[in-house]
Write a protein that binds this ligand. Structure first.
Ligand code: CAA
Length: 395
């Protein structure tokens, strides 16, 4: 289903009716199917197989991928609308959806050959398999170009060795988009991207990362020991990996911004309800300026985040035709929305008092889940660096 209308138009910034429908469908699914299981999965840390499978059937795991490659064929705004709704119900589901869509499917659609799209994109975009993206290593996070893992060409395959960390969906992924060094002397220009099939010899899972939040999403280290990757599974040319990783992260950062917006909205919605009902000193707590000003600040930051995210999504959509970069818009959306999520979650705990600290309500989960949005896919410090470099023309 292709959306052709200008999505955000006129002085009222209204969504088109197609976008409203997508938002509504995602909201109903998230509230009916994800909300009831979110606390249980957060507690157990168990991957939410069933709901993720249903999301795949609904087209949520490859929203922007053309239907011919198994996706839903929708636009970038549809993606952020759906992802925000899913994350409002549960940030763990949002993480799994975001990595699958923007870091994996998007990369293969943009840089893959026809044959690679058939083998590596169709099963993932259609929701039949989960995929991951692996850039980070134990000794290289923000300084992504400083990786130590290696791939050496040997005949018709590359022999890969090394350890990667913080791989979202690593324990359940069938395919992994891997970035590793083929020519260390060239620094970031020596990084190459590969499509990894996890059932080949030489691949294994390392330790599971014990996490503060997004506990139902599975995160682990992955290990390569003389793993042979056929040359036809290389994504792009040798040495193009770093730029592929960065371009894909531009899209990913809009996804994380949408996830953050969902968390912020959840924290805000619960706070408004509580401020309307809870009484202290003979009146509703929302009537106290101390609480109402918090709500006003939360709401304002949420709406500002939304505008930055929509603008970044529109820039991403038009870049499909123009190839123009939307790096700065994506970084601004992620920076502001992620800091809004932690701000709103923190204020939500404060507004709820003791109940905000209790596991009887989801507020403490929002607080734990929000923090990661300021860290993964580029910390807030990296986003500021990217934004400033654009202003100073240093990119
Ligand atoms: N689009 C296209 N090209 C880009 C680009 C972009 N967004 N960003 C950089 N480049 C290009 C530059 O133009 C430059 O090209 P040349 O080689 O032609 O000069 C090249 O890439 C190197 O760029 P820089 O000199 O800016 O590189 P740098 O080493 O200074 O690093 C950085 C830049 C922005 C700090 C980058 O390293 C970065 O984004 N770091 C954070 C990494 C990150 O977000 N990691 C998260 C991993 S995913 C994750 O969190 C786990 C998960 O599963 C969710």
């Amino acid at each position: 289903m292709a959306v052709t209308r200008v999505p955000v138009s006129g002085p009222t910034l209204e969504l088109s009716s197609e976008h409203e429908i997508i938002q509504q469908v995602a909201r109903e699914f998230a509230q009916n199917e994800i909300v009831p299981i979110a606390a249980e999965h957060d507690e157990s840390g168990e991957f939410p197989d069933l709901t993720i499978r249903k999301m795949g059937e609904m087209g949520f795991m490859g929203i922007e991928i053309p239907e011919q490659y198994g996706g839903a064929g929708l636009d970038s705004l549809s993606y952020v609308l759906a992802l925000t709704e899913i994350s409002r119900a549960d940030a763990s589901h949002g993480t799994i959806m975001s990595v699958n869509n923007s870091l994996y499917c998007n990369a293969i659609e943009r840089f893959g050959t026809e044959e690679q799209k058939e083998r590596f994109l169709v099963p993932v975009a259609s929701g039949k398999a989960i995929a991951a993206y692996s850039l980070t290593e134990p000794m290289s996070g923000s300084d992504a170009g400083a990786m130590r893992s290696r791939a050496v060409l040997d005949g018709d395959s590359y022999v890969i060795n090394g350890r990667k960390s913080w791989v979202t969906s690593g324990p359940v992924a069938k395919f992994i988009l891997l970035f590793t060094m083929t020519d260390p002397e060239k620094a970031h220009r020596g990084v190459t991207a590969f499509l990894i099939e996890v059932d080949r010899p030489g691949f294994s899972l390392g330790k599971t990362e014990p996490k503060l939040g997004i506990r139902a999403s599975a995160t682990c280290e992955i290990l390569f020991e003389n793993y042979r990757c056929p040359t036809e599974n290389r994504l792009g040319e040798e040495g193009e990996g770093f730029k592929i990783a960065m371009q894909v992260l531009d899209a990913g950062r809009i996804g994380i911004a949408s996830q953050a917006l969902g968390i912020a909205e959840a924290a805000y919605g619960t706070s408004v309800e509580y401020a309307r009902e809870r009484e202290a000193f003979g009146k509703k707590i929302g009537e106290f300026q101390g609480i109402s000003f918090k709500l006003a600040d939360m709401k304002t930051r949420i709406e500002a985040s939304r505008l930055l995210i929509y603008r970044a999504a529109l820039a991403k959509q038009s870049s499909k035709a123009t190839s123009e970069r939307f790096t700065q818009q994506a970084s601004m959306a992620k920076l502001f929305a992620s800091e809004t999520a932690t701000y709103c979650a923190n204020e939500a705990v404060q507004i709820h008092g003791g109940m905000g600290y209790s596991k009887e309500l989801p507020v403490e989960r929002y607080y734990r889940d929000a923090k990661i949005t300021e860290i993964y896919e580029g910390t807030s410090e990296i986003q500021r660096l990217v934004i400033a470099r654009h202003e100073l023309d240093l990119r």
